[in-house]
Design a protein around this ligand. Sequence first.
Ligand code: THU
Length: 138
Amino acid sequence: MTVELSAEDKERLVQAACLARKWSYSPYSHYPVGAALLTRSGKVYDGTNIENASFPLSNCAERTAIFKAVSEGEHEFTAIAVVTANAGSPCGACRQVMAEFGLDMLVLIADADGKIHREMTVAGLLPGAFTPADLPRP
Ligand code: THU
């Protein structure tokens, strides 16, 4: 079930993503991305994109935030804010990783001034997602 977030909560999450974006390691693309993930328990995990001279090894901001949260035992997420210079959209890999943890999470896509350009659920971002429910139970 999608959780309603107040305008203030959205603003706070976007601001956390704006701050995280400053830690971006993106010497190749020069496209810094910040993300902030709100857990159902109320914690915020931020993340940024981390590139590598071996380009395919780079990690996106959204996945950094999600992996940080999961590595601390969190699996239930309410919302994620993603901030780029031009309010760019989450990539396909990040959409798939979001879908692993639920299709109802709210995704806020904002620019570097903190202006939210689009918001939708993971289900809206990745229609027909392949999810854990598609796998047979042992
Ligand atoms: N990037 C993200 O961090 N998130 C996305 O969803 C799209 C792309 C990063 C990866 C790379 O470091 C840079 O943006 C340019 O693709």
